[in-house]
Design a binder for this molecule. Structure first.
Ligand SMILES: C[S@@+](CC[C@H](N)C(=O)[O-])C[C@H]1O[C@@H](n2cnc3c(N)ncnc32)[C@H](O)[C@@H]1O
Length: 252
């Protein structure tokens, strides 16, 4: 595979300004990693969720994403999940956050995580069975489902690849500090901000002919109070399960 990422080199610009670790999600990942010392973070992007108290090696194929890693971030190797350039059992743990849906050969990538980790694999992903949980998809942009359903793995696929895996929900706080698709479920106005949308891959991948009219409709609904009438409860909800999942597997 070539040493650059055609999709993320294009859509990853501005990633680090729109996306950062949410401390509550970071805590859940850190707890799942447990008592390890070394960890490889695969599909590391600009470094969100890399625990600062661990010996982290990042793996990221996109030159553009590597460019956005802050000064002092963990060392980064430009490589792909499907062919990790490390000996068997090189790390205590492997982690991969919101990336497995981008891998071209997921089975190979998951095998590689198991191969290079001695003790534990921790993933954050989204469960396609939760497609109806988010109003943006059901009411405004059903095209997100066409993009996301085929690319996100069913949980059963991950459980087969990582036989001891335990899956737990990651509820998304209403003031989530990260900027992924579901992060603004309780702050719908945020999706009208182009800067917010630049950090969300579906908004960079779906054509403007599709997203623009949907966003105009959202804006009109917000102005007319239609969104609030439909989702009154959400304005007071503290956290919501939109299908984001932590998958943690102990290796034998
Ligand atoms: C949504 S970003 C997540 C980045 C980071 N983990 C985070 O949580 O902010 C997805 C990342 O996966 C990377 N990626 C895509 N395909 C990959 C592959 N085959 N192997 C490793 N990383 C890949 C992209 O370049 C991108 O940096």
């Amino acid at each position: 595979m070539e040493q650059a990422h055609p999709l993320y080199d294009e859509i990853g610009t501005d990633y680090a300004t729109a996306r950062r670790a949410d401390p509550r999600i970071a805590r859940a990942i850190r707890v799942a990693l447990g008592d390890v010392v070394s960890v490889v973070n695969v599909g590391a992007g600009s470094g969100s969720y890399e625990p600062v108290d661990l010996d982290v090696t990042a793996v990221e194929p996109s030159t553009e994403m590597i460019r956005q890693r802050p000064l002092g971030a963990a060392p980064c190797v430009q490589a792909w999940a499907e062919a990790l350039p490390f000996e068997d059992g090189s790390f205590d743990a492997a982690m991969a956050v919101l990336t497995v849906h981008h891998w071209s050969d997921r089975a190979a990538g998951l095998r590689e995580l198991r191969r290079v980790a001695r003790r534990r694999v921790v993933l954050v992903t989204w469960d396609p069975a939760s497609i109806d949980a988010f109003w943006m998809v059901t009411e405004y942009l059903p095209e997100i489902a066409e993009l996301d359903l085929p690319r996100f793995p069913a949980l059963v696929e991950l459980e087969e690849a990582l036989p001891s895996a335990r899956v737990t929900p990651i509820p998304i706080p209403r003031d989530c500090e990260d900027g992924f698709l579901g992060a603004f479920w309780g702050r719908p106005e945020a999706y009208l901000d182009p800067h917010v949308r630049r950090g969300i891959s579906v908004f960079r991948q779906l054509p403007a002919e599709i997203t623009a009219p949907a966003l105009e409709r959202l804006e009109a609904d917000l102005r007319a109070g239609v969104w609030d009438a439909r989702h009154a409860a959400l304005r007071g909800t503290v956290e919501l399960d939109l299908g984001y999942r932590l998958v943690a597997a102990e290796l034998g």
